[in-house]
Unconditional design. Structure first.
Ligand code: ATP
Length: 363
């Protein structure tokens, strides 16, 4: 059977365990040897106990857990060729030529680069006599299937990334909890949610929680946002509403690119409306807790599809990323999606928000 390794890299997200579980079980079911690589690329560079064979029961009882049981990390060594050379040796030693990477666009970019270099890395290992000619031939091609684990839903080519739905559940639970106390004391609450370049969490949470106002990076606030917001808030109070909820995405700005923070919003409300106003920063709570049913099933389906893609790959197959299109787990060319995602990030960075929204909409 083929050698497959699965690893999680970059920021963790709920549902990664379901994906890991599906890869292991689908791989074993199809007769493969499946390995865990722990702590992301660092485990691949270090080898040893960070690369262990998985069995059917090593993924029992993990589907309901948030985060990733095999650990995730950011790894400087893998950014250097020397690190990737070590990683290649560790893979060849174990007969692994298929990688399932679960991470963000950085992790997927690293995987693509690794595959491009694979031949030359093997040549170098052969010249150094770290592998033999038979291994050079047998393990000549590296196959890659990616999945996107991210709570931000910021990847082009997929309707949802693994973890977004669970993060939304956390946010909604927190808002619901706060609405009760806000109602009792007639308070205004400002909730800061994650999403540095992508307002998906803030926007959807606002829609699902009857928020009065939302600030997202893609739609910078007009320069007189203070006036507009205060007008809206007082309208709501005057019509009998006992509380106000405002959601601020951590990457929100005004049209001049000035950041809009929860504390700033609070000051505006207190100074102008004299409302009893509190700030809640949700932070890492959003990454925590159990994955939702949606993320569990998403991880399962994507994991199974990733293994199928690797089973069907030949020497010429390009790396793919498994994404969600409507209700289907499909395969798309990995680097095309990464490039589109980067183009959106670049447009956001250079404050060309119309272009960013257009590019994201097209994908
Ligand atoms: P998140 O969206 O949570 O930030 P990410 O996968 O984009 O996830 P990064 O920190 O960008 O997170 O990348 C994770 C790891 O992938 C890096 O620490 C590094 O080891 C590897 N990596 C990223 N980009 C490259 C690259 N261009 N070349 C080699 N390795 C890379």
């Amino acid at each position: 059977g083929k050698g497959i390794a699965v690893f999680t890299s970059g920021g963790d997200s709920q549902g990664m365990n379901a994906a890991v579980r599906a890869v292991v079980r689908m791989g074993i079911y199809l007769g493969c040897k499946v390995y865990f690589i722990k702590e992301g690329y660092q485990g691949m560079v270090d080898g040893g106990e960070n690369m262990v064979e998985a069995n059917w029961s090593s993924v029992s009882c993990i589907i309901h857990k948030g985060g990733t049981i095999i650990g995730s990390a950011r790894c400087q060594d893998f950014r250097e060729r020397q690190g990737r050379l070590k990683a290649a040796k560790n893979l060849v030693d174990r007969g692994i030529t298929n990688l399932v990477v679960i991470g963000g666009d950085g992790s997927l970019t690293g995987a693509d680069l690794f595959r491009q270099e694979w031949s030359s890395l093997l040549d170098e290992l052969l010249a150094m006599k770290q592998i033999n000619a038979e291994q050079r031939q047998k393990y000549r091609s590296l196959h890659i299937a990616g999945m996107v684990g991210s709570i931000d839903n910021d990847f082009c080519g997929t309707d949802m990334t693994i973890g977004t739905d669970s993060a939304l559940h956390r946010i909604i639970e927190a808002i619901d909890a706060i609405v009760c106390t806000a109602y009792s004391h007639q308070r205004t609450f400002i909730m800061e949610v994650m999403g540095r370049h992508c307002g998906y969490l803030a926007l959807v949470a606002a829609g699902a929680s009857e928020a009065d106002y939302v600030f997202i990076p893609e739609d910078p606030a007009p320069l007189d946002w203070q006036v507009k917001m205060c007008k809206k808030l007082s309208q709501e109070r005057n019509s009998g509403q006992r509380l106000n909820i405002i959601i601020v995405s951590e990457g929100a700005t005004d049209r001049n690119g000035q950041p809009i923070t929860a504390e700033q919003v609070k000051k505006v409300i207190v100074d102008n409306l004299n409302q009893d106003t509190r700030v809640t920063v949700l932070g890492h709570v959003q990454r925590g807790g159990s994955p939702s049913a949606f993320d569990r099933i998403l991880g399962c389906r994507m994991g199974a599809e990733a293994v199928m893609a690797l089973m069907e790959a030949d020497d010429n197959t390009e790396p793919c990323v498994v994404t969600l299109d409507g209700n289907q787990a499909i395969r798309l060319p990995l680097m095309e999606c990464v490039k589109k995602t980067k183009a959106v990030a670049d447009a956001m960075h250079s404050k060309n928000f119309e272009l960013a929204v257009e590019l994201r909409g097209k994908s």
